[in-house]
Write a protein that binds this ligand. Structure first.
Ligand SMILES: Cc1cc2nc3c(=O)[nH]c(=O)nc-3n(C[C@H](O)[C@H](O)[C@H](O)COP(=O)(O)O)c2cc1C
Length: 292
């Protein structure tokens, strides 16, 4: 059996999940190939694969525009698909993010049979504490192999719907336009050391230098890669600058307790999310004990 996972990841959270999937598939004797959606050329033949996976970070309760554009260009094929998404908060509203993608895939003959959501730390709005990032990753790390097994066992698993979900997702897609509008307003401060990391890694090649000045075009998809990984925190993200998050998460257990300024933010939802992950892990353990 052979699986192809096509993914987009702005700041590597989704990539971390995708790598975990790949490892889990391989642990089950399944070959797993990856395709990075931002690469212009789709050099894989879908017919070589038994199953397709699509992974993305939730952007304004939707799949990023780059993922939807990719789905539009996929060849027609009758293949099973699973979706894996990451998002900063565990709200059910994030479930609507795949509705448009599922519709596009269905039109081409694909059938989405499994859909999973993993909480990973915010790359915009505010910086999650190291402890929160660690807990999120530990939960996802434990749950992905179980989800992977469900996919391989042919167990269909979909996320719950939301009332008027398609309409809400459509309204939130204003972010696609907002990103392009806001992207042109990015500015680089004097702290910049001209390492050009932002230019080299922008997934839409939206950053250039003209007459020695940084120029941000109108192709920004608000993935945050440029400002998040800027070693000097020198990129101001236009109207959303107050929500800027800079510097990669390390996903390690912190040695000291840190102040959590956002400890009441979505508190109940996070609690429910972690409990649900733990319950899944416990159920799997019980299952294995019964079998073994
Ligand atoms: C423009 C933008 C919009 C976002 N919208 C949402 C959202 O609607 N819900 C949510 O929970 N997280 C949202 N997030 C947070 C990301 O989904 C989350 O941090 C994700 O794990 C980032 O993954 P990546 O590192 O693979 O890009 C948003 C992030 C960005 C940059």
């Amino acid at each position: 059996m052979k699986v192809l996972i096509c993914y987009f990841s702005g700041t590597n959270n989704t990539k971390k999940i995708v790598d975990r999937y790949c490892q889990s598939f391989e642990d089950n004797g399944v070959e797993c190939d990856l395709h990075k959606i931002e690469n212009d050329e789709f050099d894989k033949n879908i017919e070589d694969y038994d199953m397709l996976g699509i992974a993305y970070p939730v952007h304004a309760f939707n799949a990023p525009s780059i993922v939807l554009e990719f789905a539009k260009k996929l060849p027609e094929a009758s293949k099973k698909v699973f979706i894996a998404k990451t998002s900063g908060e565990p709200l059910k509203l994030n479930n609507i993010s795949s509705l448009k993608l599922i519709k596009l895939l269905k039109k081409k003959g694909y059938s989405v049979e499994n859909e999973y959501h993993y909480c990973m730390p915010y790359n915009i709005i505010f910086r999650h504490t190291d402890d929160m990032a660690y807990r999120m990753w530990e939960s996802a790390k434990a749950v992905v192999p179980i989800d992977c097994k469900s996919i391989l066992d042919g167990k269909k698993e979909k996320l719950d719907g939301v009332f008027m979900g398609s309409l809400l997702a459509w309204i939130f897609r204003i972010e696609f336009w907002g990103g392009r509008f806001n992207g042109k307003r990015y500015k680089v401060s004097d702290e910049c050391v001209h390492c050009n990391r932002c230019i080299k890694t922008c997934p839409t090649k939206n950053i250039t230098i003209e007459n020695g000045e940084f120029k941000f075009g109108d192709k920004c998809i608000m993935c945050m890669r440029c400002s998040f990984f800027c070693p000097k925190n020198a990129i101001k993200i236009g109207l959303f600058n107050k929500w800027r998050v800079n510097g990669p998460y390390h996903f390690q257990k912190p040695e000291k307790e840190e102040e959590n300024k956002h400890k009441n933010y979505c508190k109940k939802s996070y609690k429910k999310y972690f409990e649900k992950c733990q319950a899944k892990v416990d159920a799997e353990k019980e299952n294995l004990e019964k079998v073994g």
